[in-house]
Design a protein around this ligand. Structure first.
Ligand code: DOR
Length: 416
């Protein structure tokens, strides 16, 4: 057994403790423990690694933007020890063959653990997709999306998904309500993708909630929270919808679907998050190359990177007193792990030994130059973040003080 010692987040609070782990699993949490290796982190915080249920690492086919190596390295540096990765690649992951090809291609190339989404598409059988981790549906068009618009297709897909135990994550924007017009500013993009489209899509989805395990991705306005409140459907909010808005001077770098909305919307989402009303934090890390974003607003693709900055910015907001550490860790680690059936997300006996060590005094300003995504830019330049000083993946110290310490060992997760 090896041991990490410090101020451990255990049973809902920080306590001075030792965590013993063996063969990648936590075996004991006690005031004092003796291990072969003993890492004493003093008064630094030992937290569960974050689980990001929504990232796009662009393999195969879009590797000018990102690939599994660079995306997962970026996750590791951001304290994210597990990601669930999206299927809107080229080709998209929609059947047994595309899933197998992707799986083979990324094998051995991830710095963190990962699960793979497969896209449900009209008329396609889900049979071949039995070993994806979860399903994705795009109700509204977005980057390389495989659309599902018709009621009969949606109903059929959700009923078959419901015959499995897998979660269906949905990009909820009603495609018929999206407008095509000249876009030059973030406000235009927001007008073209009105909140009504999100609300309508969520209303439609909620009629299926006893059929399948539904999860609504990247909720962008407080009215959607009202619709989802009290339902059994889980949902995600992104850091960008809580920290950025369409009045900011971001140009195409802030173009994303669903769009950044008004300042009041962003503040309402952030307030709900701080109150613990948002089940999951998800970054929707969706990198595009700078030259693609520089094409001019109308031509630029939607999406922005965030897997390295999401958890770390929220940790700085905990330090600044906006929310409790408990609230953040529930949304960033515990609930995503629980929702998607992962043996992760908390420091407890039997869980994977995925730890992030932070020093709350070590607040830094985000700089794109220091991040690890291939895309090389961030919309969060200059914002405060607390990056991990050490990261452990299933008991292996992967990162310490900015240096990689171990061989790459990320592996595909399975349901527990
Ligand atoms: O802005 C977005 N970008 N929204 C999505 O749903 C997809 C994503 C991407 O893949 O670039």
């Amino acid at each position: 057994m090896d041991v990490v010692e410090g101020r451990v987040f255990y049973q809902g609070r920080l306590q001075k403790a030792c965590v013993g782990y063996e063969d990648g699993l936590i075996v004991s949490v006690k005031k004092a423990l003796e291990g072969e290796e003993h890492y004493d982190f003093g008064d630094r915080l030992i937290l569960p690694g974050a689980v990001d249920p929504h990232v796009h690492f662009r393999e195969p086919g879009l590797t000018n933007k990102e690939d599994f190596l660079s995306g997962s390295l970026s996750a590791l540096f951001g304290g994210v020890t597990c990601v669930l990765e999206m299927p809107n690649t080229v080709p998209p992951v929609v059947d047994a063959e595309s899933l197998r090809e992707k799986r083979e291609r990324i094998l051995g190339r991830s710095w963190v653990d990962y699960g793979l989404f497969a896209c449900l598409s009209p008329g396609k059988d889900i049979e071949g997709l039995s070993n994806c981790h979860a399903f994705k549906i795009f109700m509204g068009s977005s980057t390389q999306s495989v659309l599902m618009r018709e009621e009969t297709d949606l109903a059929e897909a959700l009923v078959s998904a419901g015959s499995t135990d897998k979660v269906v994550s949905v990009h909820a924007e009603e495609d018929d309500m999206l407008l095509q017009k000249d876009e030059r500013f973030l406000r235009d993009h927001e007008e073209c993708r009105p909140r009504g489209a999100e609300l309508r899509a969520i209303e439609r989805l909620l009629t299926y909630q006893d059929k399948a395990r539904l999860n609504v991705c990247h909720v962008s306005c407080p009215e959607s929270l009202d619709l989802l409140k009290g339902s059994r459907t889980t949902f995600e909010v992104t850091p960008h919808h809580m920290l950025l808005d369409s009045s900011m001077d971001l140009g195409a770098w802030g173009k994303v679907n669903p769009p950044l909305r008004r300042r009041g919307d962003r503040e309402a989402l952030f307030t709900a998050f701080c109150k613990g009303e948002v089940p999951m934090l998800a970054t929707d890390h969706a990198p595009h190359a700078p030259e693609e974003k520089e094409r001019g607003f109308g031509e630029a693709p939607s999406g922005l990177p965030g897997v390295e900055t999401g958890f770390s910015m929220m940790l700085a907001l905990v330090k600044r007193g906006h929310m409790s550490l408990d609230t953040l860790l529930k949304a960033a680690s515990m609930t995503p792990a629980k929702t998607f059936g992962l043996n992760k997300g908390e420091i407890a006996e039997g869980r994977d030994a995925d730890f992030v060590v932070i020093d709350p005094r070590d607040i830094r300003k985000i700089s794109a130059r220091e991040l690890h995504s291939k895309c090389g830019w961030t919309p969060f330049e200059g914002k405060e973040a607390i990056f991990p000083q050490a990261v452990f993946l299933r008991g292996r110290m992967m990162l310490r003080d900015g240096t990689i310490m171990n061989e790459r060992c990320g592996r595909e997760v399975s349901h527990v």
